[in-house]
Design a protein around this ligand. Structure first.
Ligand SMILES: [Zn+2]
Length: 398
């Protein structure tokens, strides 16, 4: 039955899943393209077996190798690593990482201080909106600010999303380059003990921040209603975002008396803020972007920057099964993130058992996900072929 996940059944079902449903051919083509100019066998794959046995530095030369390896080891989880200057293996310590997709990992557990509907591993349609916003903002920044094209979005299997950028320029970025992109996209800073995590200064806002705010504005009111950011028990955290004491005490006095929903409180807060700014011209510089800072703190993507900065971080493969939920890490289009329903994501159980009510719909969704993956790989292969041709021409010129 769907929703009942049993890791013992998983071992029985995985060989069939890998043989019938996992898009082996397209997966190998994606890996090969992303490994080029190194051969496919220089790419590290890693398996997590039943009982958490962990196999690193596996490699394949052809789809046939992958097929054999998957059937022989039956991994409960499949991770993709970096591309080395040589075939990676356990005993080889001189192997050097040459390239790796630029990756992003966004997980709802990093939203636990702001989301109120669920905590930890749980996720629902309400908090999924945080992922929709994150996907839209990062995707747009990668395309418009960096010119990347081969951007793959993948559901992580439980409560988050991953992004893989396969453009040659992204794959060959060095660590400082990855760090610079991660820092550029990171507006929320500070740990648990820091209440206010966003500071925009008082100069004109960078166009990428304006663009992110436009995206946030599409969802902000709905999120306020869903999450009740300003509910009585959350009000103190909200007030801590206002660093101007006089304004803060005005807001506190008024909002603490209000019984209305968060949206009404928010609108009242904006009125108080605007009046305060009109009456106190001398403080305006300090609180110029207070509204924007609050919206960003509540809605802007919370990236796991270490995953982006590191070359060697393994990341769960597209179409791997999440061992705890049985869900497939499906590929999706950024424009469609808002339509992705958690319940409609195929599971290994629903795909392999045609007596399950969701079987038909999940099969269709799986096929659609494979097709999106396929289209991305075809486009990437085309770009790679063009790059190789232009590289060859350049070297002929000398
Ligand atoms: Zn939720």
């Amino acid at each position: 039955m769907i929703g009942e996940h049993n890791e013992n059944i998983l071992s029985d079902m995985l060989p069939t899943y890998y043989a019938r449903q996992f898009p082996q051919n397209i997966f190998c083509r994606w890996l090969a393209c992303g490994s080029s100019p190194q051969p496919l066998c220089n790419r590290e794959l890693s398996f997590t077996l039943a009982d958490d046995v962990y196999l690193r530095y596996l490699s394949i030369s052809h789809q046939k190798d992958l097929q054999t390896l998957l059937q022989k080891k039956c991994p409960h989880k499949l991770d993709v690593g970096a591309v080395y200057n040589t075939k990676p293996s356990v005993g080889r310590h001189d192997a050097v990482v040459i390239s790796r997709e630029l990756v992003f990992d966004i997980d709802l557990t990093d939203y636990d201080e702001i989301r109120t509907c669920c905590q930890e591993a749980r996720v629902c349609e309400k908090c999924w909106k945080f992922m929709v916003i994150a996907c839209e903002i990062i995707d747009k920044a990668l395309k418009d600010d960096f010119g990347f094209q081969s951007i793959l979005w993948v559901f992580s299997g439980r409560r988050g999303i991953h992004c893989w950028v396969s453009d040659y320029e992204a794959r060959t970025l060095d660590s400082p380059g990855r760090g610079a992109i991660a820092d550029y996209l990171c507006l929320i800073v500070g740990g648990e003990n820091q209440s206010k995590k966003v500071h925009l200064g008082n100069e004109n806002l960078h166009s990428s921040i304006r663009r992110a705010l436009n995206i946030i504005d599409k969802y902000f009111e709905q999120l306020l209603q869903d999450q009740e950011f300003l509910a009585t028990d959350k009000l103190n955290s909200f007030l801590k975002l206002i660093l101007d004491d006089a304004l803060k005490s005005q807001v506190e006095t008024t909002l603490k008396k209000m019984q209305e929903p968060s949206l009404n409180k928010w609108n009242t807060f904006i009125n108080i803020y605007e009046n305060y700014c009109r009456e106190n011209g001398n403080v305006i510089r300090k609180i110029k972007y207070l509204i924007e800072e609050i919206k960003i703190q509540y809605c802007y993507p919370r990236l796991d920057v270490n995953v982006t900065k590191g070359f060697n971080h393994l990341l769960k493969s597209p179409f791997s099964i999440h061992p705890k939920t049985g869900k497939v890490s499906v590929v999706f289009k950024s424009a469609n993130a808002k339509n992705l329903k958690i319940d409609e994501i195929p599971t290994i159980y629903s795909l392999l058992d045609d007596s399950v009510a969701e079987n038909n719909q999940h099969e269709t969704n799986m096929k659609a996900a494979v097709k999106i993956f396929q289209e991305l790989v075809f486009a990437l292969e085309k770009t790679e072929a063009m790059r190789k041709r232009s590289d060859a021409n350049t070297s002929l010129d000398f």
